[in-house]
Design a protein around this ligand. Sequence first.
Ligand SMILES: O=c1ccn([C@H]2C[C@H](O)[C@@H](CO)O2)c(=O)[nH]1
Ligand SMILES: [Zn+2]
Length: 131
Amino acid sequence: MDEKDLIKEAIKAREMAYIPYSKFGVGAALLAKDGRVFRGCNIENAAYPMTNCAERTAIFKAISEGVTEFSAMAVVADTDRPCSPCGACRQVIAELCGPEMDIILTNLKGDVLKVHSEDILPGAFLPKDLE
Ligand SMILES: O=c1ccn([C@H]2C[C@H](O)[C@@H](CO)O2)c(=O)[nH]1
Ligand SMILES: [Zn+2]
């Protein structure tokens, strides 16, 4: 699966967003090293802080299926700049996706910004800090 196809998967994931409060849909598509793709959308709740972002939905789906090795994730929203993951998602990405995963940030206009997971949360608190 190439980058364009992964972005298409994220766009499809966004269509499933449950967003009665913000009306702001986000889609993510997480490509596992075994070739499987896990789609995620944001899922909101009347108790607002319970909301789960698209990125974490995709990651938690994969982890819950026993899949732990990832090569790329695409994230899309209808934003002016390529959609930027929130701090909570950056923390989860840092722990569960490894330092070198490609993250393809994009928007519906087709702007693309590629980053690596290790670059989006400098100094992340990691499992080794608990040792
Ligand atoms: O990268 C992001 C940024 C925001 N959101 C969601 C959370 C909430 O449902 C809505 C507005 O913040 O967008 C994501 O899913 N991913
Ligand atoms: Zn988030």
